[in-house]
Write a protein that binds this ligand. Structure first.
Ligand code: ADP
Ligand code: MG
Length: 190
């Protein structure tokens, strides 16, 4: 008989800024808590928008979280009865997150990861593309284009002159409506 725990599932919620990723992550966390399941919510230390120790959506939903600097610190926070690990702003963790969440899911823990799929200059933003390839479940969300109301799969940095290199500074992906705007395919080019 196979006495190992049944494997968990990896779910990914991806999209540009304002797509509702954190809202969806928090919805799943709340449902798990209602079901009496122990949940670990993880945020990255670079996400300082709402103060440390909170994951919060642009629409105002929030929950306490554990803050880490590196993905490798996450397994130490997972208790014996933790059944769901929810990670927000996955792009801050880089590709190190992939091995960590794969190992957790292999070990019987459900994992839901939310993060940006694109940089503000419209390039794929790891680790989301890789996580989406490996996950059992992928939810791809779009925001609303601030210029025309179409589906926005991208976001731009306000006042950007197009010369910034988004991938060279992960920390620059922190901000809200004062710094970024959701844009459709046509209006991502200002
Ligand atoms: P994300 O985590 O993907 O950045 P949140 O879940 O934090 O998104 O917030 C989504 C909320 O942002 C929406 O429910 C809406 O109230 C608000 N919002 C502000 N600007 C936009 C936009 N351009 N498109 C869609 N939602 C927006
Ligand atoms: Mg968010």
């Amino acid at each position: 008989m196979d006495e190992r725990r049944a494997p968990g599932r990896l779910a990914v919620v991806g999209g540009p800024m304002f797509a509702g990723k954190t809202t969806e992550l928090l919805r799943r966390v709340e449902r798990a808590r209602i079901a009496g399941r122990e949940v670990l919510v993880v945020a990255h230390v670079l996400d300082t928008r709402h103060g440390s120790g909170l994951v919060a959506s642009h629409a105002g939903a929030r929950t306490p979280s554990r803050t880490v600097e590196r993905a490798a610190q996450i397994p130490d926070l997972v208790g014996p009865s933790t059944v769901l690990v929810a990670v927000d702003e996955a792009q801050f963790f880089g590709l190190e997150l992939v091995g960590v969440v794969q190992a957790l899911a292999d070990d019987g823990v459900d994992v839901v990861v939310a993060g940006l799929t694109v940089t503000f200059d419209a390039r794929p933003f790891e680790p989301l593309p890789t996580l989406m390839a490996l996950a059992e479940d992928v939810t791809r969300l779009t925001a609303v284009c601030t210029r025309c109301g179409r589906d926005a799969a991208y976001h731009v940095r306000r006042g950007d002159d197009g010369t910034g290199d988004a991938l060279s500074s992960t920390a620059s992906h922190v901000g809200g409506p004062e710094s970024y705007e959701a844009r459709c395919r046509r209006h991502r080019v200002v």
